[in-house]
Structure formats: C-alpha cells, structure tokens
Design a protein around this ligand. Structure first.
Ligand code: NAD
Length: 468
C-alpha cells in the first residue's frame, strides 16, 4: 500500500501577510492513527500514576510556560495576530489554568455514602475515560487547549490533540514544553492537519472514548452527527452572539468603556465578544456618543491587532457589506485600514438602525463589529437579548439591584455579567453556554471533572469485624 507523503505548510503573519514565520509538516491519516494507538498504549501506566504526581507535571508545565512567556507570546502573536500584550495575558492565564488543575490531583476523587446495611461500605470513585480527543480553534491558541488538556491529564486520561492548523506552530511549542515538563511520551500526542481530513479519523476511532471540541457550530454539529451514534462522550463549546444591556440608571462611562472593550478586544475574535448592545431610549444618544468616544481611542495596529487570516478578513468584510446592504447604518469604521494594507486590519465598526431580523442581529461575526439597538425599557431589552439561537454570555449595566437579579434569572446564557463586559470566567469557575452555544458539559473549575472522568459506584460487603 502506498504511504501518503506529508504536506508541508507555511505559516504567514496576518499583521504582515508576506512574512513567512515558519513551516509545519502536516500529519498523514496513517500517522494520526498511529498516534491514537500510541495514546491507547500509554493510558495504562499514566492512569495508574498517582494523581498528585500527575499534578506535579502540570505545576512544572506552568513554570515552563512562564519561563517561555515572551517567545511563546511573540510566536502566537505572529501566527494569529493577537497583540503581544494580549498574548502575554493568555500565557499567564494558561499558567493559572495549569496550576488550578495541578492542585486537582490532591482533591477528592469520590465520596463515601451511607449504606442501609451495617455490613456494607458504599462509595464512589472517579476514574479516567481513556483516550480523549481534543480539537481546538485558533482564537485562544494557548488557553483553550490548556483548559482541556490540563484536566484531561490530571484525571488520568491520555490525549490526542489537534490544534487548528492556523496556530500549528504555537501548538507544537506547547506540546514540546509538556515533554520538557516531564510528561511521559505519548501521554499527549499532537496531530497537525486540517480538521476536515484528520478530524474524522479522531472522532471515529474506537480507541477514542471522548471528544472535547471548541469551534464553530457547523463543525460541532458534524461531530455530534458522526460521534453521537458511536456512544462517545462529547463536549462542544460553540459560537456566541453576546448581548449587553445598558439601562438608564447605569454608570454610562463604565458601560460604554466595557462594551467597547468587550466588542473589540482581540479584534472581536472571542466567542464571548459583545456583539449586540441594547440601550434604554432615555440615555441612548449619550451612550452612543460615549461608545464612539471609546471606539476612537483604539489604535488599530497597536492596541488592536489584525484579523487572524485572509479567510477571517474576507468573512468579516462580507458581514459588514451585508449589514449595509440590509439597511443597517454604519456610524463608525466599517472599512479595512488603508495605511495598514500589509495586514488583515479592519476598523472597529459600529452599526445602528439594525432590525432584529437582519443577519447582523443574529449571526456570529467574529470580528470587531458591534450592533447597537435602542429599546423602550428593560423588558424590551431582555426580550431581544434572549431572542438568539446562542446563549453564551450576557451583561447588564445598571444600578438597580432588583433588575440585576431579575437578569440573572431570566437571561438565557451560561455566563452572566453584572456591570462587566461579556466575557469568560476565571479557571476555578465553570465555563459554558446555553442553547446552541454548548452541549451540557461545562468546562473548567470542578465542572471539568464531570466530563473528564466517569463515576464508579463501589459496594464492599462484610466490612464488620466480629470477634470469634
Ligand atoms: P472551526 O470549527 O473551523 O475549527 C475548530 C477546530 O475544529 C479546528 O481544529 C479545526 O481543524 C477542527 N475541524 C474542522 N473541521 C473538522 C471536522 N470535520 N471534524 C473534526 N474537526 C474539525 O472553528 P475556528 O474557526 O477554529 O474557531 C472559531 C469558532 O470557534 C467561532 O465560531 C467561535 O465562536 C468558536 N469558539 C467558541 C468558544 C467557546 O468556548 N464557546 C471559544 C472559542 C471559539
């Protein structure tokens, strides 16, 4: 049988599209299958190692990540465009994720339950699943892989990890650091290549017991279709169309600043980015003025990086053109940055007069684009904020505690923010959405245990010592 030859891919800098920053050899289907098999073989010994010892390796990895912070942040920045300070923030977040899960190795892995019989001891024990496939996107090339890989490893699973091809070099850097940290060979196996080709191999392999995926809804749905009937455990983190509400009693300065940060940070390429804002009519004009003021303060090319790739650039420009064609009014930005045409730079963009049926109100743009809506009151705002197929994150800016509590109850999202930007959470807190933004399993915090382990219930009979 002819063996497939490896394709070599060149990576280009989205801030300077003619600069090749490195090459990566993509894996073949055969190599991917071999890596899955190697993960299966490594599972026995790794799962038998004490979880405290596994945690020690994660601690060491956190140290190495901090030691390598600058070169890693620079590489990742050149590979996907996030600014270096944004990337440094992500490396630090990665280290704190690793430290949180390193400590998990010292926490309880089950509980003792009362039995009806005095002769019996009844307890639960959490055990690893086996080989887990981890499939990650390009927008958080360090933090997202680590918040999946760290819990997978500490609970005793072995991992086959496919990072997005857009951030293959960053992925390789992280995988190499894990080996330096003392992770035994084949406990974490990286496969490099296109999801459309290698994804199916991972998903369908009988050796793979679970799939943790973050990415687009289209691919998530495909994974459900392919892996669901195979009875694999599946965790999907998907898209968002996150809403913020600014009420008349809000601190408008804070609300406008955080809404713009929420929308434009990382060039809007966050699943939790603010992409819709609903403003109470009585403060609408003043709030819009402030939104424009903060959008103007963004220095594209310095404080805001380029879009991550040509595909991203074309997709965001297409969303902007469609919004204009459908009748929305662009009041700020809306164009590529002429003097930065060597990169995929787009202006921070604000739209008003957006009808709720328009694509801009409904589809994830994944770029620096904010749709602004005027609403009569809180009731209209929450109705429209909830009128979305997505349910990842939502914010309300208000000084009214009753409305804030009502919002906590009624907003149909997994991550609720009061007087803060739509965004994720700290590593110790569960992360995930409702509706089409996630499947049932949350990530991070203690919630990660639910996905990366399975419970065994154990009964021991005849425990009572009897004098003969
Ligand atoms: P994507 O779905 O195109 O790719 C994600 C990963 O899936 C990549 O590694 C890709 O190679 C792989 N893949 C592609 N086709 C596949 C297939 N058929 N089978 C298996 N794997 C396959 O997403 P992207 O463009 O890399 O990332 C952007 C998307 O990710 C956005 O929709 C964003 O909202 C979402 N996202 C969600 C979260 C969250 O936590 N909810 C976080 C970050 C990004």
């Amino acid at each position: 049988m002819a063996t497939e030859t490896r394709e070599i891919r060149e990576q280009y800098n989205p801030a300077n599209t003619s600069e090749c920053i490195g090459k990566i050899e993509l894996h073949t289907v055969e190599e991917t299958e071999a890596k899955i098999e190697a993960s299966g073989k490594a599972f026995g010994e790794w799962s038998r190692m004490s979880s405290v010892a596994r945690g020690e390796i994660l601690h060491k990895m956190a140290d190495l990540l901090i030691e390598h912070m600058e070169p890693l942040a620079e590489l990742a920045s050149k590979e996907m465009g996030k600014t270096v300070p944004e990337m440094i923030g992500e490396v630090k977040r990665g280290a704190s994720i690793l430290r949180y899960f390193a400590q998990e190795g010292m926490r309880a892995a089950g509980e003792v339950l009362p039995s009806v019989s005095e002769e019996k001891m009844l307890f639960t024990k959490r055990v690893p699943l086996g080989v887990v496939a981890i499939i990650t996107p390009w927008n958080f090339p360090i933090a997202i892989p680590l918040w999946k890989i760290a819990p997978a490893l500490v609970y005793g699973n072995t991992v086959v990890w496919k990072p997005s091809i857009e951030v293959a070099l960053t992925g390789q850097y992280i995988a190499d650091l894990f080996l330096k940290a003392g992770l035994p060979e084949h406990v974490l196996n990286i496969v490099q290549g296109r999801g459309s080709k290698l994804g199916t191999v991972l998903i369908k392999s009988p050796i793979v017991k679970a799939i943790s995926f973050t990415g687009s809804n289209a691919v998530g749905q495909q994974i459900l279709n392919e892996a669901g009937p195979l009875n694999k455990k599946i965790q999907l983190e998907l898209g968002g169309k996150n809403a913020a509400i600014i009420l008349a009693d809000a601190d408008l300065e804070l609300a406008a600043r955080l809404t713009i940060e929420g929308a434009m940070k990382q060039t809007g390429q966050r699943c939790t980015a603010t992409s819709r804002v609903y403003i109470e009519a009585s403060v609408y004009d003043e709030a819009v003025e402030k939104l424009i003021k903060y959008a103007k303060q963004i220095k594209v090319g310095e404080t805001m990086g380029p879009l991550a790739s040509r595909q991203q650039f074309e997709s965001v420009m297409e969303h902007i053109a469609r919004a204009k064609a459908q009748g929305a009014k662009c009041i700020f930005g809306g164009k590529p940055v002429a003097e930065l045409s060597h990169g995929y730079y787009v202006e921070p963009t604000l739209f008003v007069d957006v009808a709720h049926e328009m694509d801009l109100a409904r589809e994830e743009v994944f770029g620096p684009v904010l749709a602004i809506f005027k609403v009569a009151d809180y009731e209209e705002a929450i109705r429209l904020a909830n009128d979305s197929e997505f349910g990842l994150s939502a914010s309300i800016y208000t000084a009214n505690i009753q409305k804030a509590f009502d919002f906590i109850e009624r907003s149909e999202v997994g991550l609720v923010q009061i007087n803060d930007e739509t965004g994720g959470a700290e590593p110790q807190a569960p992360f995930g959405g409702m509706k089409n933004s996630s499947t049932g399993f949350r990530e991070q915090g203690q919630a990660a245990k639910e996905f990366f382990t399975v419970l065994k219930t154990v009964t021991i009979n005849g425990i009572r010592y009897k004098k003969s």
